[in-house]
Structures are given as C-alpha cells and as structure tokens.
Design a protein around this ligand. Structure first.
Ligand code: GLN
Length: 238
C-alpha cells in the first residue's frame, strides 16, 4: 500500500505553538488504523513536492508569513497539488495566507496564495485565549476546542464556508471561525488543533484516504481526556 504523504510546509517559517503536532497526529491516527503514513518536512529553501496527500501549514509571525507566501507563490508546488485534489490544512498565519490578501507587518495588504475565498486584515485588538466553536453540521465534527493568538480578522467570500460558529473567542471576528472549500480548510485554532480535535484530523484523513477503519479504543483515551479538560476549563471560567 502506498504511504500517505503528509507534507509539513516551511517549519522554518511557519510553526508557532507546536503546530507541528498536527502532522504528528495525522501520522499516528493513520498508522493506528494500519494505514502507512510518512511526514515530509519541506523548508523554505526546498521545492514543495507535488505528490503529497495532505499539506499542512502552521502559524507564524508577520514577516515570516509574508516571506513564506512569496516563496510558495514562486515555487508553485502547493498550487499544483491543490489543483490535483490534495488536502490542505492551514492554521492562523497559514490560514490567512490561503486567501486573496492579508495584513502585513505594517498593516499593508499583502497578496495571498488565492487558494481559498477569504480576505484578512488587521483587527483592532489582538485575539488571545481559548476558543470554542461548533463545526458546520455538514462536516460531522464534534465541538472544536483550541487556542488563538492573532491580530488578523478574516472575511469570507461566497466560495468559502465557515468551518464553525464561535461560542467563545474571536476566530474570524464575525462570530464564525475558519473556512473551507473543497479539500482546503483553514482555522485560527492552535492547540495543536488536530490534537485537541481528533474528529477534525479524521475528516482530513477521510478526504485523503476515503472511509477509515476504526481506531483501537484505548488509543483515544488521552485525546478524550485533553478535550474534556480544556472544555471543562473554559466552562468553569467563561
Ligand atoms: N501574524 C498573524 C496575525 O497576527 C498570524 C499570527 C499567528 O499565526 N499566530 O494575525
């Protein structure tokens, strides 16, 4: 069986708050089901492979975010992979980069990758803290829990759907959180997002590999404990 290729884009520029954990969780959840998987780390001076199954991008500071966007545009590999149906999961700076534009370090508009119908700019206040959001019912993913730390606010165009509606935290800034279209999905959630939300991890794996065999029950215990602990913490201190 061909190994599932998980491509972690530019860890040298985009990897705040342990977002690399998203790649580790996808690899683990695939392997626990007997699906071979490998993580390919691509630094910003290396070409982006076009034959990956799931591409992952993390958060980043303002300047690395602009640099990463320029390099990905020049490289073209990510665009080629997405146009061939690869899954793309991006967090925070990575999420903003997917859109038509985002706010740069001096608040100037910077052209994004144009892979998702969103636009971001800088908001009045930095959004920092826990976030809880209910995912679009069409995705069949349980309530999302995460951590956010961003200045940007994001507006969705007609070709993107909100990933979720926030019940705590800022997300996109208008009561929604994240966005998706086809197999491209972005979110402000750190945590890392896929560690706290195994349902979201499984959605991405399903998009890439089709219906998944069940996971061994005992392997879910730690993930459940983390979710319960985080959701209980915000319920106790709203
Ligand atoms: N630089 C972006 C912002 O502040 C993204 C930050 C991040 O990835 N944590 O909005």
């Amino acid at each position: 069986m061909r190994s599932l290729r998980l491509v972690w884009i530019y860890p040298d520029l985009l990897s705040t708050y342990g977002d690399r954990g998203n790649a580790l969780v996808l690899e683990r959840r695939a392997r626990l089901r007997g699906l071979p998987a490998e993580i390919v780390e691509v630094n910003s001076d290396q070409p982006v492979p076009r034959d990956g199954d799931i591409y992952l991008m993390g958060g980043g500071e303002d300047l690395p975010q602009t640099l990463a966007t320029d390099r990905l545009t020049a490289d073209g590999g990510l665009h080629a992979a997405v146009s061939h149906g690869a899954v793309l999961f991006a967090v925070c700076a990575g999420y903003q980069m997917l859109g038509a534009e985002f706010g740069g370090a001096e608040d100037q508009p910077v052209a994004g990758l144009g892979l998702l119908d969103i636009r971001s700019g800088r908001g009045e206040r930095r959004a920092v803290g826990e976030i809880v959001a209910d995912a679009d019912p069409a995705l069949q993913v349980p309530r999302l829990t995460g951590f956010e730390n961003h200045q940007g606010v994001t507006r969705l165009g007609p070709r993107a759907r909100p990933l979720a509606r926030t019940s705590l935290g800022t997300g996109n800034g208008d009561g929604t959180e994240g966005a998706y279209a086809g197999r491209v999905l972005g979110t402000y959630l750190h945590g890392p997002a896929l560690v706290r939300n195994p349902g979201l991890a499984d959605l991405l794996l399903t998009w890439a590999a089709g219906p998944l065999p069940p996971m061994p029950q005992q392997a879910e215990e730690l993930a459940h404990r983390l979710r319960e602990e985080r959701l209980a913490a915000v319920a106790a201190h709203p």
